[in-house]
Design a protein around this ligand. Structure first.
Ligand code: F6P
Length: 324
């Protein structure tokens, strides 16, 4: 391996820049060239490349977003798109790829490898934490901290007005953000796709909270879990059927993807970035680097995509006990 291409793809996540920095500097350490590919797979198709050296990544460890920009490329899903991408990779003499992203990013890397045999290593970067083969994805810890900071603020107004707040958080169809931020922020109820609480139990639980002397409540809802309703319909339903609280909805949205990465995400990104380059130099491909029990580990990309990172059921119990 003489020249590595690095890119970020899919939804951006805080810490992606720290991962890019780690990849670039590890390449410099081993005296190999590094090329940044802008806008993920779309940049491969458009030959949107930039040469990166150790100094190109100064002062980015603390920055949110991704200096390489990101996209979800529809063209790369076509055979013609991938053939164009391969031509450009070949012309640029890139002989290994490091792909920072989630499921979609890794699937793209595997398809590309099967067609053109360009070795690739994946680094999990997504706020959703929904990737098998790692306890943590880059960006998740920062997103959790952002969410609890905001819920703390919502709690102030909820308690001043004796209101019930529904706070919708991201996570696509995974409840990691909701469950962990919900416990961390002291939510009364947490609705996640992995556990179907059901409307009756939700109402019962909120009634119990009220009876126990609480004057306001916070329910954290994963965007993918609406018990068949939108968060606004859910809030209306509860307001009408509970008749005990004024209800408000707060959808946190993309602010959860922004901001300066936490120390945890910066360290994680640095560790995974170093390992990803070393794996390519060792002749490895189709692996994802991850963190398991605080050790850097590898998982086949295929398994990372197909496996399901299980939610921690103990946290559901903790949340139930805490909301007494
Ligand atoms: O995967 C990250 C994520 O932020 C999800 O939590 C969310 O469902 C999705 O991306 C939103 O995607 P977009 O930015 O394309 O609206």
């Amino acid at each position: 391996i003489k020249k590595i291409g690095v890119m970020t793809s899919g939804g951006d996540a805080p810490g992606m820049n720290a991962a890019i920095r780690a990849v670039v500097r590890t390449c410099a350490y081993y005296n190999i060239e590094c090329v940044g590919i802008y806008r993920g797979y779309q940049g491969m198709i458009d030959a949107d490349f930039v040469k990166l050296d150790a100094r190109s990544v100064n002062n980015i460890i603390n920055r949110g977003g991704t200096i390489l920009k990101s996209s979800r490329s529809a063209e790369f899903k076509t055979k013609e798109g991938r053939a164009k991408a391969y031509e450009n990779i070949k012309n640029a003499e890139i002989d290994g790829l490091i792909l920072i992203g989630g499921d979609g990013t890794f699937t793209g890397g595997m398809v590309f490898y099967n067609e053109f045999k360009v070795p690739c290593i994946g680094i999990p970067g997504t706020i959703d934490n929904d990737i098998f083969g790692t306890n943590y994805t880059i960006g998740y810890d920062t997103a959790l901290n952002t969410v609890i900071e905001v819920i703390d603020k919502i709690r102030d107004t909820a308690s001043s007005h004796n209101r019930l707040f529904f706070v919708e958080v991201m996570g696509r169809d995974a409840g990691f953000i909701a469950l962990n931020a919900g416990v961390g922020a002291g939510a009364e109820e947490i609705l996640i796709p992995e556990e179907d609480l059901g409307l009756d139990r939700l109402l019962e639980s909120l009634k119990r909270s009220k009876r126990s002397g609480k004057s306001s409540s916070i329910v954290v809802v994963t965007e993918g879990d609406k018990i068949g309703k939108s968060v606004f319909e859910l809030a209306n339903y509860v307001e009408e059927n509970l008749q005990q609280y004024e209800v408000r909805v707060s959808v946190l949205g993309h602010m959860q993807r922004g901001g300066s990465p936490s120390c945890f995400d910066r360290v994680l990104a640095s560790r995974l970035g170093v390992k990803s380059v070393e794996l390519l130099l060792d002749g490895k491909s189709n692996l994802m680097v991850g963190l398991t029990n605080n050790k850097v580990t590898t998982t086949l990309l295929d398994k990372a995509v197909k496996g399901r990172h299980e939610i921690n059921m103990e946290l559901i119990r903790v949340s139930d006990i805490m909301s007494i």
